[in-house]
Design a protein around this ligand. Sequence first.
Ligand SMILES: C[S@@+](CC[C@H](N)C(=O)[O-])C[C@H]1O[C@@H](n2cnc3c(N)ncnc32)[C@H](O)[C@@H]1O
Length: 279
Amino acid sequence: MSSIATVTETLRMASRELVRCSDSPRLDAEVLLGKVLGLSRAALIARGDEPLAPENRSAYSTLIAGRLAGAPVAYLTGKREFWSLTLAVTPAVLVPRPETETLVELALQLLPPDQQHSILDLGTGSGAIALALATERPRCRITAIDVSPEALTVAVGNSHALKIEHIDWRLGSWFDAVPGERFDLIVANPPYVAATDPALKRLAAEPMLALAPGPTGLEALSAIIAGAPLHLNEPGWLVLEHGNEQPTEVANLLGRHGFTGIRSHPDGSGRLRVTQGTI
Ligand SMILES: C[S@@+](CC[C@H](N)C(=O)[O-])C[C@H]1O[C@@H](n2cnc3c(N)ncnc32)[C@H](O)[C@@H]1O
């Protein structure tokens, strides 16, 4: 009997190891082996009895070691699906999350397809939200900003790769990047994890700038809510992603800054993760 492990055996062994660091060990094992072999997950299963060549085994071990050291699968493969798009991601950007698609859905409900609205995406990271909105609403004028030059480079690279060339990408801190400008809709998935939150340990591979804005976790949300009225047309909408323990604080902040029609919405797991208000 050959001692060379087959695809199926390799996946079984890797899944067992990845239990230590992942909630989805089998999926991670398949995606990473698919990256090494250039195969889809379905093709991997179909070729389960085939032996793994030594050079592929070695490349796979390196990826598994990276995952065990805490690297997200998306950083190891260099890409992530978001909305209908495949986005390049690097450790300079937050890995786009499925819950952020809830924010995109809500924004689209506020933007009739036939109209030319102006949109501002604050803290664009990989460009996920801006690019999804640009795909769905090609007639809208979109500005997207980030304070991280490295993140902005990833976002601009994604826009070229997707041939979405009409987004105005800008470097700067929140509204400093758009002095005197007003928009119909402002969207943001800002950093909102408190600096003392133990969850940050699990997220250590991702940029701290994208995760934790300060001691309370509300610093960026507060700054955006306070600044938004000066940058919104009337009527105008602000749609914010936040932590599942923050909807009441975000709603209160919106109320204090003159917003009405304040509503929080659940993500796919039923947690209130997006709040909107109008001015
Ligand atoms: C949670 S990530 C969101 C990334 C992306 N919008 C998404 O949903 O996947 C927050 C982003 O805000 C950016 N950011 C942090 N502080 C900022 C600031 N003061 N001004 C502008 N962007 C900032 C970070 O660099 C990061 O890209």
